[in-house]
Design a protein around this ligand. Sequence first.
Ligand SMILES: NC(=O)c1ccc[n+]([C@@H]2O[C@H](COP(=O)([O-])OP(=O)(O)OC[C@H]3O[C@@H](n4cnc5c(N)ncnc54)[C@H](OP(=O)(O)O)[C@@H]3O)[C@@H](O)[C@H]2O)c1
Length: 286
Amino acid sequence: MAVLLSHCGWAPSALWSRSPQRRRTVARRIGRITGRSPSCRSRPADVAREASILLLAVPDDALAGMAVELAAACPRMSGRVVLHLSGVAGLTPLLPLRERGASTGSLHPLAVLSSRLPQPDLLRGAGFAVDGQPRARSMARRLARDLGGRPFSIDARRRPLYHLAASLVANDVLAIFHLAHQALCKAGLAEREAHQILVHLLQGTATALAQTPAEKALTGPVSRGDAGTLARHLSAAPDARTASAHRLLSLVLVDMARAGDRLGEATARRLRRLLAPSAGVGKDGG
Ligand SMILES: NC(=O)c1ccc[n+]([C@@H]2O[C@H](COP(=O)([O-])OP(=O)(O)OC[C@H]3O[C@@H](n4cnc5c(N)ncnc54)[C@H](OP(=O)(O)O)[C@@H]3O)[C@@H](O)[C@H]2O)c1
């Protein structure tokens, strides 16, 4: 985030992370973008004292402890904005900073931030869940827009539901990819080749989804009502976990195909019987 913000005119003036080497590396990267490296601080409170906007980019479970530490070290925080990047946390973990006068909020990019050197336009078009007290919220919206994103609000009570959706697409898809990769390697492909072929396939699914709702983008045996093909998948599954995942996800696909009027009720019922966990097709009893 520090690198991406530096590309759009919001380069941090100071950085902290527990690893001195990591903060120096990030500072150098920012220096290469803006011509001026931010200062590296050895304590988070040193950043908090000099920053007018503070971004807490730490794991969700570390947020509350960090807020307590900062509040203890910085008794006066009025005029400051503090934002966390968590999708699931509300504003409660930042309460100690609010009590010190800070305006608190959150800015959650719906994006995969895994690269240490992200492309400058990585967040162009990304959704950003923003929340907070008026000042913090307005700053979060501004940062989201400057990053090229689309800010929106989520009711605080529904954040876990919102984050579940984000995790299903950003993370759980990788578990499905992993199972597919294992099956393809078992079918005889080399690991690298299997990876590339599956990435291409996944990109095809994403392209179709960008043009049409999921029910209409659906292809494959469920959309055709091909019970025989599904039975062969389940028998061929290399382990019970893969068979279970395929059963469960295909049952969702049956409902989607029904909703999109792709399957008649009789065929859907036949597929549901075949896919039911108790149906017993598959290795290891899966
Ligand atoms: N990654 C994504 O795609 C993504 C997308 C949207 C939002 N977010 C949000 O961004 C925040 C950070 O996520 P992340 O994926 O960047 O996590 P992460 O890589 O696990 O953690 C970020 C940094 O926090 C520091 N850290 C780890 N444990 C800590 C602790 N106990 N106390 C203080 N610092 C700690 C680590 O740096 P040091 O070891 O150098 O201290 C680490 O590099 C989360 O709130 C997450 O929900 C992430």
